[in-house]
Design a protein around this ligand. Structure first.
Ligand code: FPP
Length: 219
């Protein structure tokens, strides 16, 4: 039986992939190499996600606040995203991954936006995993836009993972995380492995989610 038929849960997991720069610095490498290693970590997690019971994975790749970084780093990141899309589409289609983007597109380079639109179209039929990548994204902006349009921002997040020991939301999925379980891990994102994802999900499943109601034992 294909694993997609055995899956019971279809969790929405979100990840703040933090610590690429520190990973690189610890190895005496340029920050760009940290982001490159971060892409490898993302590949591993995307591969592991469907069998881990994840239906939607939303990752924070570039926030609206990240424009404040040095122009060379911004350029490196934008180039890496484009390369990822160029080289990854075939594998995403083969793995049944549907890729979509959240965030603004009007400030991104035309080539990148064209590549984003192309990848969204090509992967549209993927049904093993929806991978949502936040690019030039601000949750506050998304909430304001949603209020104006009358459409709620997006699906509720079940579990939010943040790497590198930081414990904050940084304007990521503020609305969608209203009842999310939060999971923080000291490891930097490039070191985040499939086993770390499994550990995060095990911790998540051990928590009691009450959504404001009483605990089961108290009913
Ligand atoms: C945070 O680490 C990471 C980023 C700002 C970029 C995230 C991007 C990737 C992991 C690349 C993969 C993404 C896609 C969609 C191809 P940091 O630079 O803030 O690290 P630091 O806090 O240690 O300096």
């Amino acid at each position: 039986m294909p694993s997609s038929l055995q899956r019971k849960e279809m969790l929405h997991v979100a990840a703040i992939m933090d610590g690429n720069g520190r990973w690189a610095r610890a190895r005496g490498l340029p920050r760009r190499e940290g982001h490159r290693a971060g892409i490898e970590a993302l590949r591993r997690i995307v591969k592991a996600a469907p069998d881990a019971g994840i239906g939607t994975l939303t990752v924070h790749a570039f926030s609206a606040a990240n424009w404040k970084r040095p122009p060379e780093e911004v350029a490196d990141l934008l180039k890496l995203f484009e390369q990822y899309l160029d080289s990854e589409t075939e594998a995403l289609v083969a793995d049944g991954v549907r890729l979509s983007f959240i965030g603004r597109r009007d400030r991104l380079p035309e080539n990148l936006v064209a590549e984003m639109t192309r990848t969204e179209a090509v992967t549209e039929w993927g049904d093993a995993l929806t991978l949502r990548v936040a690019l030039d994204y601000s949750a506050r902006e998304a909430i304001v836009a949603a209020v104006k349009s009358g459409v709620t921002p997006g699906p509720d997040v079940d579990l939010l993972i943040r790497t590198s020991g930081e414990q904050r939301l940084s304007d990521f999925l503020l609305w969608e995380c209203a009842y999310a379980e939060l999971y923080f891990i000291e490891k930097n994102w490039p070191d985040f492995a499939a086993t770390d994802l499994t550990a995060a999900l095990t911790a998540f499943r051990a928590r009691e989610r009450r959504f404001g109601a009483l605990a089961q034992a108290a009913e």
